[in-house]
Design a protein around this ligand. Structure first.
Ligand code: SF4
Ligand code: SF4
Length: 94
């Protein structure tokens, strides 16, 4: 779904971990094949280290979390942002 004309860093789609809910189980870390998550160097907590490696539209790890600590933005809002960015990147095509 990531459009080639839009730099990934401009698309605010990535998980957010609520640190106060996370129990450090590592399920999200083990599951994601894109290296989005990492262990916090100072604790056993899991952090979102590489947010822009997350695949736009993927939220497969959200339901894995036993503590419901992972959340994502509203996909419709992100889709609208992408649509606008595409228009800005290639106004002649729209
Ligand atoms: S699956 Fe949930 S509780 Fe487990 S490490 Fe990831 S965010 Fe924390
Ligand atoms: S949504 Fe998909 S790509 Fe993004 S962090 Fe979760 S498993 Fe990885």
């Amino acid at each position: 779904m990531t459009p080639k004309a839009v730099p990934r860093e401009k698309i605010p789609w990535f998980p957010v971990v609520a640190a106060e809910l996370c129990n450090g189980c590592g399920k999200c870390l083990d599951f994601c094949p894109h290296g989005v998550y990492a262990r916090d160097s100072g604790s056993s907590a899991v952090i979102v280290q590489n947010p822009f490696e997350c695949v736009v539209g993927c939220n497969n790890c959200e339901n894995l979390c036993p503590e419901k600590a992972i959340s994502f933005p509203d996909l419709e809002a992100i889709t609208e942002i992408i649509r606008r960015l595409r228009e800005e990147a290639a106004p002649d095509l729209h």
